[in-house]
Design a binder for this molecule. Structure first.
Ligand SMILES: Nc1ncnc2c1ncn2[C@@H]1O[C@H](COP(=O)(O)OP(=O)(O)OP(=O)(O)O)[C@@H](O)[C@H]1O
Length: 339
């Protein structure tokens, strides 16, 4: 394939799943027939990702993210449409495709449970036919960021979640894949381990060699790593653009909570608007050009404020704001900003 072709090319993909209908739907006319239900997981999805792009794939639970990743990794076949990864059909060409890509699926492991992680890394070296020197060099680089050598001689089943996730990430990267699919890579990890994983992913992004698709509900992760954001809603791509176009989201995140002792009278603020009031807790949002510190100063100078919590909107709020912006029907209320 030439350099200008996308590394990942998903065209008009639809995927539906059939599941058994409710048991109570039994019919006397067709006693041996149990009805099935159709769930549309992906509906006419188009996605092109180039070399070096770091894409955040976002969406609410059940939106279709994992299904899309499974199609791109060759675990599923689309009903209609085509998927190409590095020019290959990932389902038909599974073996060759595996050499081009690395995958991690949340808390599931691809390591041999009873072996120390280092043995798994050796097996993978043989599976991919990596020259010993390249393998050692990559492992040293990975150890440098993820501090694997502290625990890579321990059987995987004795590792903590954070240790295992780091080993899994290393296993996915050992063969220096051109494409990396990371499904919730930092879910359940503590802050220190999250930082290590993010550091590694930032280094990958900086090389410009890898195309990475990251699904996460952690907006800080998205902010730190992804230049491009794709949002899926009910199986359709509702937003695909550069991160800085997340203006709605950033705006939502700037809002914060102000606590009073008792429900306050209507606040008349110069530098902020009131988003919502719940009892004695008020959510305010700085007007354009103002920041949280200025708003806090204005509040403290004029009102009996008990405390201020710089608690932004959650990832789900931000996604909701994006969905509302992308859908034809008008948004209602305070664009998903919750107190
Ligand atoms: N094997 C399956 N059989 C039946 N339905 C399925 C199957 N896999 C997914 N679905 C359905 O397809 C839709 C999309 O699911 P998918 O797992 O892709 O969502 P997701 O965005 O990854 O969600 P989450 O964030 O919760 O992981 C959901 O309605 C789900 O119930």
């Amino acid at each position: 394939m030439s350099g200008v072709e996308p590394v990942i090319d998903v065209t008009g993909v639809t995927k539906t799943f059939r599941s058994w209908g409710a048991a109570g739907a039994w019919s006397i006319r067709r006693p041996f027939h149990r009805p099935t239900e159709r769930a549309v997981a992906l509906d006419d999805v188009h996605l092109r990702i180039s070399r070096g792009e770091f894409v955040g794939l976002l969406g609410q639970n059940g939106a279709g993210k994992s299904t899309l990743i499974k199609l791109m990794t060759g675990l599923l076949l689309p009903d209609t449409g085509t998927v190409r990864v590095c020019g290959l059909d990932p389902y038909a060409d599974r073996e060759r495709n595996a050499r081009n890509m690395g995958v991690t699926f949340g808390q599931r492991t691809q390591l041999w449970w009873d072996l120390p992680a280092r043995d798994s890394f050796s097996i993978l070296r043989d599976v991919y036919g990596l020259p010993g020197e390249v393998w050692r060099e990559t492992l040293t680089e990975l150890d440098d960021v993820l501090t694997l050598s502290e625990f890579w001689d321990t059987p995987v089943r004795f590792l903590s979640l954070g240790q295992r996730v780091r080993c899994d990430l290393a296993a996915a990267l050992l063969h220096r894949p051109r494409v990396l699919f990371l499904d919730e890579p930092t879910i359940g990890l503590d802050v220190m381990v999250k930082d290590q994983v993010r550091e590694l992913l930032s280094r990958l992004a900086a090389t410009g060699d890898h195309s990475v698709v990251l699904t996460t509900h952690d907006m800080a992760e998205v902010e730190a790593l992804c230049r491009r954001i794709v949002v899926i809603d009910r199986g359709r791509v509702v937003h695909d653009g550069q991160r800085d176009r997340l203006a709605v989201a950033a705006d939502a995140e700037q809002s914060f909570l102000v606590e009073f002792e008792t429900p306050p009278p209507p606040l008349d603020l110069v530098r902020a608007t009131v988003v919502s009031v719940k009892g004695a807790t008020v959510r305010v949002r700085p007007v354009p050009g103002a920041d949280r510190a200025e708003v806090t100063a204005e509040l403290l100078a004029a009102h009996p404020v008990c405390s201020v919590r710089y608690e932004g909107a959650t990832a789900e709020d931000i996604l909701r704001a994006l969905h509302q912006r992308a859908r034809p029907e008008p948004a209602t209320g305070a664009a998903g900003v919750a107190t």
